[in-house]
Design a binder for this molecule. Structure first.
Ligand code: ADP
Ligand code: MG
Length: 676
């Protein structure tokens, strides 16, 4: 009984050596071979020579009607000439310096010829010569490598299709195929390899891309379902107590915040382990959402942990949340690297006996030997800053704590629904009321004076400003502004009227916290900093962000930096000083000027850098789709995702006859890469 799962070696002409070579292209089974699709096609649609113009690229199908003549002249130069009958007309064809064509060009042979039309001589100067191509107008071009040649692939795929066409079962449910007018799988595979024309190739590609997205999403969704069936804590908090707490928040939650709070709280009450990604642009107010979830957990008698990527951010969270939690039972412990042994021991004891019920820290939270009394919720702020393993480790703490991963922009939609497809996603797509869009300006370095003038004007109106420079110390190879030098310059420029502070990663924690505190208290008006302020830092009175050498930063990072301002009611500004030397650099600056929308920025970032680079290949988990392009075909990817989710969530979908090919597919393709 033939099956697409048969090894390729069952195909005539595939010996052990070829089979070995094919594995370098990821081909092991007949199905792998049949779904090894062309990357493009040569168009063999014939040209009407009557209307062809001089030097036009032409294609003809015909029969060789004169004995081909090969002449040699000069050093290693050849000319191969013969006549071809096309319909009732005869044309002269010549090939220069392709002596090997002599073997294919034989009298009476049917051929397809591609070349350039020479109008004055009424002949074709050939570039390609193909035999047996008459039945189709499109020639598949496969991504080959040095082990497997183009011609081998063509031949094997042809044989494989011929032998296995009748066992190609359609995977997609009929309802979806009808809804999107997709081809059945056999036709799709046929037309991917041997389309009769361009429109057949396009239709096949559409079906293939959808099928690929759908199958991938089906695997993710089935993992998600399996995860959901795992044990977790049922966190049953007193609803009234939580509502009373929410009333103490000094502002009204946005609609989007309310919605995501509900989504999270619903998960907390369920008996399975929550695995939720909270996405929201910088400044959209994720912290308060986290605070509400934390308090729900504490009310129910559990502990919560909040992990931040930097000490500065951890300290800021501890300080701000202490205010938010006044009058509640939340007792915060900030675990930092700068604690002495005695302090640390004290802290760990409190965590173990449960007297501390909100633990805030950096990855020390997972690296140190921290024993939790009853960890119910683990929150990871700026989760893209953490490696997969670190996230996984935090998840292992306690008895299956619910996990909430928070992130701003660097995960564009595409990545969110590919690599994070097994997580539930909550999105805050609304900024708090009264926010004005940040005005972004791009200046050349010889216009830096204008920026300083502008800063002065803003400071005079009571604003606070950030000034960012890329590196801490002078580097000989990189001509970048030096934070310490900049700081000196700014002191000279702005003192004594305004206080200037310096913040960089090499300062010790106490110094950092002091500077941050002074900035929050408006004792410092100008904060010169390296990118340590990139994530999370929140001072709503800061309204200007000045970035030197802005082209040295990636888009995601620039957007994060810009997100430090525009957090209050006042108009905020972002000034980029840059003389980009690459086209990419120019595009990045333009993108920043054009849009404030983090999702747009992220999407553009993805287009400029490619999906693999955005989170680093390993971490992103974005598969190499063979046909579909997660950027260009984003809409289709989204649709496939919701279709897959709908199917998986239909009761007994896996018992229905029409879905058996899919069930079988899933058992064969269990997703082994588990994205933490
Ligand atoms: P991010 O999502 O970038 O982490 P934050 O949680 O730091 O954003 O919130 C940004 C600022 O907006 C904070 O100063 C916060 O107090 C404020 N904020 C959050 N939600 C609201 C709201 N609904 N109305 C007004 N201000 C809000
Ligand atoms: Mg934040």
């Amino acid at each position: 009984m033939k099956s697409l799962q048969d090894p390729v070696s069952t195909i005539r002409g595939v010996g052990p050596k070829t089979a070995e070579a094919l594995t370098t292209l990821g081909i092991q089974t007949v199905e792998d071979l049949l779904t090894y699709f062309p990357s493009r096609y040569d168009d063999f649609a014939p040209t009407d020579l009557e209307t062809a113009k001089d030097k036009q690229k032409v294609t003809i199908h015909g029969t060789i009607v004169s004995e081909p003549v090969m002449s040699r002249f000069g050093y290693r130069r050849t000319r191969l000439g013969f006549r071809v009958m096309v319909g009732h007309a005869v044309v002269q064809v010549v090939y220069f310096n392709q002596p090997y064509l002599k073997k294919q060009a034989v009298m009476d042979q049917d051929v397809t010829i591609m070349g350039t039309w020479n109008a004055s001589r009424q002949e074709i100067q050939g570039t390609k010569l193909l035999t047996n191509q008459q039945d189709q107008e499109m020639g598949a071009i496969y991504p080959a490598n040095k082990h497997v040649h183009q011609a081998t692939l063509r031949k094997l795929i042809k044989i494989a299709y011929h032998n296995y066409a009748n066992v190609i079962a359609t995977l997609l449910p009929i309802s979806l195929r009808q809804r999107y007018q997709l081809l059945d799988r056999r036709t799709m595979i046929h037309d991917m390899h041997f389309p009769k024309d361009g429109s057949a190739a396009r239709a096949a590609r559409r079906t293939a891309a959808y099928e690929e997205f759908f199958l991938f999403q089906l695997r993710l969704q089935s993992i998600r379902r399996a995860n959901r069936q795992k044990d977790g804590n049922q966190i049953l908090y007193n609803n009234q107590e939580l509502r009373d707490f929410i009333k103490t928040i000094p502002f009204e939650l946005t609609g989007a915040q309310k919605r995501v709070v509900n989504e999270i709280c619903r998960d907390l009450r369920q008996p399975y382990q929550m695995n939720r990604l909270l996405q929201g642009d910088v400044g959209s107010g994720k912290t308060i959402v986290a605070a509400i979830a934390i308090n729900a957990v504490v009310i129910a008698g559990y502990q919560a942990a909040l992990m931040a990527p930097t000490e500065i951010l951890a300290a800021q969270h501890a300080q701000k949340l202490a205010k938010v939690f006044v009058g509640t039972h939340v007792n915060i412990g900030l675990l930092t690297g700068s604690m002495n042994t005695r302090q640390k021991r004290q802290m760990l004891k409190g965590i173990k006996d449960g007297s501390i019920n909100l633990i805030i820290g950096t990855h020390a939270l997972i690296q140190e030997q921290v024993d939790y009394a009853n960890l119910g919720l683990a929150i990871i702020d700026e989760q893209h800053r953490f490696g997969v393993n670190q996230r996984q480790q935090l998840r292992m703490k306690g008895v299956h704590p619910d996990v909430l991963a928070m992130t701003a922009t660097p995960i564009p939609r595409t990545l969110a629904i590919t690599s994070y497809g097994e997580m539930d996603v909550s999105i805050i797509d609304e900024l708090p009321a009264g926010r004005q869009p940040i005005k972004t300006t791009w200046l050349k370095s010889n216009q830096a004076d204008q920026a300083l003038q502008f800063l002065k004007g803003q400071l005079a109106q009571g604003a606070q400003v950030y000034v960012v420079s890329p590196l801490i110390e002078q580097s000989e190879t990189l001509d970048v502004q030096n934070a310490t030098d900049l700081y000196q310059e700014f002191v000279e420029y702005f003192a004594p009227q305004y206080q200037v502070g310096l913040l960089h990663g090499r300062m010790d924690n106490e110094q950092k916290e002091q500077v941050m505190q002074d900035f929050q208290d408006n004792k410092i008006q100008v904060m010169v900093a390296t990118t340590v302020i990139e994530v999370g830092v929140d001072n709503p009175n800061a309204t200007v962000m000045l970035i030197y050498d802005a082209d040295r930063f990636g888009l995601a990072q620039l957007h994060q930096l810009r997100g430090r301002v525009g957090r209050g009611q006042q108009q905020s500004y972002c000034l980029l000083i840059a003389d980009p030397k690459t086209e990419d650099g120019v595009k990045r600056m333009q993108t920043m000027v054009e849009t404030n929308d983090g999702f747009v920025v992220a999407q553009r970032d993805l287009e400029l850098r490619g999906s693999g680079d955005v989170l680093g290949n390993k971490q992103s988990g974005v598969p190499d789709f063979k046909v579909g392009d997660p950027v260009a075909d984003l809409k289709m990817l989204q649709i496939a995702r919701s279709d897959a989710a709908n199917l998986i969530n239909t009761p007994h979908w896996d018992l229905r006859d029409e879905n058996q090919p899919l069930v079988y597919y899933l058992t064969r393709h269990e997703l082994t890469t588990h994205f933490d």
